[in-house]
Design a protein around this ligand. Sequence first.
Ligand SMILES: [Zn+2]
Length: 285
Amino acid sequence: MLGVLELNKAYLSTLVSFCMLTSICMTEANDITNISTPQIQSSAKNDHLKKEEREIMIKSYAYDTKIIEDNIRSVRSNTSQDNIQKVAFLTFDDGPSTTNTPKILDVLKAYNVKATFFILGEQLNNDSCKAVLKRMYNEGHAIGNHTFCHDYKYLYPNRYANANHIIKDLKKNESVMKEVLGEDFHCSVVRLPGGFASWKNTKALKEPFKECHVNYVDWNVLNGDAEGYRKNKEQLIARFNQTFKEQDIVVVLMHDTYGKESTVEALPYIIEKLQSKGYNFGILN
Ligand SMILES: [Zn+2]
């Protein structure tokens, strides 16, 4: 069982190796010169936080993704032991959008809660979306990699994970984010479109992920905002309550892209519910 202290210890040791290894991965990423990426507009200013400043800022609430993923895969239900520190990770996929992501950031700010955003590179095709990315970075949220294209046929032909395509696409996404957040930016956390557990042959990703110093994470709770028909706030809350079983570690899957207005509306309830059950909020690193 992992309390905050143990997790933070693990995080610190990972941070040391992360700092040592980032330069290697950056070299690899820089070698991909044949990938075309949208160019940042000249009006975008280099006003993001420095890497060192951000690392100090997030230190107390950033957790090692691998430890969290290992924990949620073990299908653990509530132990309600007093010495267990419960941690919740709010995660948002497919953004940033200029409609819902800023509203989600406003809600998070009002509750002083941090979250993890899994960025879809295709969304970063204009200055407004790039500014939203910069805002989430500067406000201390985690930036995850959700691939550039989100194209199941390209990433998982016949449902088999294609490691070459996936790594190439993740690097393409990261290079777009580097244009906004600086060359020293590195995405250490990945969420595969559709989830890691949904595809065949994902073992082929083990070594490439290691080489790129990334870890994946799925989820163990969701609000259902990407399941079937469009849901209203009450339906999202009902789906959250159905999947939330007071697990010690909670990773909530949500979406902040266009059309997800109900997700914004349901978010205060989800935060308040988790707070009332004694959860702290963390980000994935
Ligand atoms: Zn997605």
